[in-house]
Ligand binder design. Structure first.
Ligand SMILES: *Cc1c(COP(=O)(O)O)cnc(C)c1O
Length: 365
């Protein structure tokens, strides 16, 4: 039986030791007045290696990564960018900021990937990019999406702010995108406080993106703004990247622990797609539509927080800032109303995991 008197709130964020990590960074920086701008280059080389991609660029935030991606692809006034309405406001604002029009496209019925038929219907001669956002780290059908985008001659931008280390058919998700954007905000699986990075397959796209983040290399011929990552954060990222594989393994083990204990329960985790290895940024539960609010509230009261509740997730066109771009996307709407997130980060104790299992099993849908 669940101990309801216990009102402890399980943290939805992995809190790493900033003191220990900064100490390690300072030791890395200290030797003999090393030029700290080197750290950025080392961090980028390690990111490229870790994600198995030829080119990496560290930037000041996930939002900066998206702005840089769109600007590099030439997105501007009069252009259209296709994206799912189930992603955060952070993904759509950079499109609006560049004067382009966000075009919402419905998602599949079993996940947050763009639906192929819906995509074919929204592409026009003005579509300059297609954006996929594998929410909470769950891989979507990226191979088919990339092929569809390329058949139309349109680049695929991946917002992988949740998906560090998620794989599909053995490949990091970035392998499927033309430009991949990550955030290292403090709530993300790799955290530098604020920060982000981008991964590219094509050297020329990477070069243009780099120039954009450095005022166009200040040569006065190409436009740019400052989206560089500070060397101090690069140092923290470099240090923490060394632990990321082990932390994702812990997330996967925590997700399996919970999943295995819910096989005979009323509420089950959402099944990842075949070939998908989520990083388990969060574990998603599939909820019955009519009772999903009540289940989320019951879990919240027993100290298990939900990202859906925290951010009031709903299709982006329901927010005032995006109302003018409204296009009803019933499947995305339904997906957002029938899932919730459960923390499985590496900071959870065995006691936390037992409490999460007991809380889910105690829910009366
Ligand atoms: C966090 C997030 C962003 C924005 O990243 P910042 O580093 O906070 O600018 C963009 N897209 C998604 C999907 C995110 O979760």
């Amino acid at each position: 039986m669940l101990d309801v008197a216990r009102t402890r709130i399980i943290s939805d964020k992995y809190k790493q030791s900033i003191v220990g990590d900064l100490d390690a960074c300072l030791r890395a920086l200290d030797p003999s007045g090393r030029d700290i701008s080197d750290i950025g280059a080392t961090y980028e080389a390690e990111l490229a290696r870790w994600f198995d991609m030829p080119h990496a660029l560290a930037v000041s935030s996930g939002g900066a990564a998206l702005t840089t991606a769109f600007a590099t692809l030439g997105v501007g006034p009069g252009d259209e960018v296709v994206l799912p309405p189930s992603c955060p406001l952070c993904t759509v604002y950079p499109i609006i900021q560049l004067g382009a029009t966000p075009v919402f496209c419905d998602t599949e019925s079993d996940g947050f990937g763009l639906d192929a038929a819906a995509l074919a219907a929204v592409i026009t001669a003005r579509t300059r990019a297609i954006v996929e956002v594998p929410m909470w780290g769950y891989p979507t059908r990226l191979g088919a999406l990339r092929d569809a985008a390329h058949r139309h001659g349109i680049p695929l931008v991946l917002d992988l702010a949740h998906a560090h280390g998620s794989k599909l058919d053995g490949l990091h998700l970035a392998a499927y995108g033309d430009v991949s954007c990550y955030s290292t905000h403090e709530r993300k699986p790799l955290a530098t406080g604020e920060g982000g990075f981008m991964l590219f397959r094509d050297a020329e796209t990477a070069r243009r993106a780099r120039a954009f983040t450095r005022f166009g290399e200040l040569d006065g011929r190409t436009f740019g703004i400052n989206h560089k990552l500070s060397p101090v954060q690069a140092s923290l990222g470099l240090h923490r990247l060394g632990h990321l594989a082990e932390q994702i393994a812990r997330r996967r083990a925590n997700a399996s622990f919970i999943t295995e204990r819910l096989t005979d329960a009323a509420i089950h985790p959402l099944a990842p797609l075949p070939g998908a290895e989520p990083n388990y940024y969060f574990l998603l539960l599939a909820l019955p539509e009519a009772e999903s609010r009540s289940v989320i509230d019951q879990l919240d009261r027993s100290g298990v927080p939900s990202d859906i509740k925290r951010y009031g997730c709903k299709p982006l066109y329901e927010f005032a800032q995006c109302a003018e771009y409204r296009r009803d996307c019933p499947q995305a709407d339904r997906m957002l109303r029938t899932v919730t997130t459960v923390p499985v980060h590496p900071g959870l104790t065995q006691d936390d995991l037992d409490h999460i299992v007991a809380s889910i099993r105690a829910c009366r849908p």
